[in-house]
Design a protein around this ligand. Structure first.
Ligand code: PGA
Length: 250
């Protein structure tokens, strides 16, 4: 299973390095890395520190975004090639906060996935519907459109792509879809990819995952892990989530 911590734009001073040290200590203590992949996604500024702290442990580092280009006149941006050099193996792409606050379109996100694959970065592609789209019943169409844009642009998508189903109305709200609903969407994503000839993709769930609900979410057979925001910033909560994963070996 994948256990991904999205630290977003949080933490000042030594916060990121202290959190990385604590995650490392607890992950090693619980032997979680023997059967699961733990990925820390700190703010870009602290990627090198986190990589250094976790070096050789099996804990991976991911960026929270990449640019579509490998280099060039793009003030303020960071490329997939650069984060690879800094020691990342993963990047979150198309998070709903990027879609919303940076007007990222499906087409742009497809280009970012391509940029990741060019630089041997495994993209963690986020998809999901708004509350209104869920209420109107069109959410599977929305998710299919988000995924299709990426598949069209990346016809040679390898199995090295992780999709995270993140209903926008569940992010940071404490509201989580019922387990059969999560299963319905994650199974839908698996089927969509398989019917397009891509095999063996991984589907995560993200949105208000916490120590109380993670056991049920991790028990859903179509779910291959969790992407955690708020609870990944709290050592106790993140430790509980990793602990829960240790009893779910599959
Ligand atoms: P949350 O965030 O766990 O705080 O809801 C999840 C995410 O945005 O990936």
């Amino acid at each position: 299973m994948y256990l991904v911590g999205n630290w977003k734009m949080n933490g000042q001073g030594a916060f990121a390095t202290e959190l990385a040290r604590a995650v490392l200590r607890e992950a090693v203590r619980m032997n979680v890395l023997e059967s699961h992949t733990v990925i820390c996604c700190p703010p870009a500024l602290w990627i090198r520190d986190v990589v250094q702290i976790c070096a050789g442990s099996g804990i991976a580092c991911g960026a929270q975004d990449v640019h579509t280009h490998d280099s060039g006149a793009f003030t303020g941006n960071i490329s997939a090639a650069m984060i690879k050099t800094a020691g990342c193996d993963y990047a979150i792409v198309g998070h709903s906060e990027r879609r919303k606050y940076h007007a990222e379109t499906d087409e742009l996100i497809a280009q970012k996935v391509a940029a990741c694959l060019r630089s041997d970065i495994i993209p963690i592609l986020c998809v999901g519907e708004t509350q209104a789209q869920r209420d109107s019943g069109e959410y599977l169409d929305i998710i299919a459109a988000q995924l299709t844009a990426v598949m069209k642009k990346n016809t040679e998508l390898s199995q090295k792509v992780i999709i995270s189903y993140e209903p926008i109305w569940a992010i940071g709200t404490g509201r989580v879809p019922a387990a059969p609903e999560i299963d319905k969407v994650s199974s839908f994503i698996h089927t969509l990819y398989q019917s397009a000839g891509f095999t063996d993709i991984s589907v995560l769930y993200g949105g208000s995952v916490n120590p109380k609900n993670c056991a049920e979410i991790m028990s859903i057979s179509s779910v291959n892990g969790v992407l955690v925001g708020g609870a990944s910033l709290d050592v106790e909560q993140w430790t509980d989530i990793m602990q829960t994963a240790t009893s779910k070996i599959r």
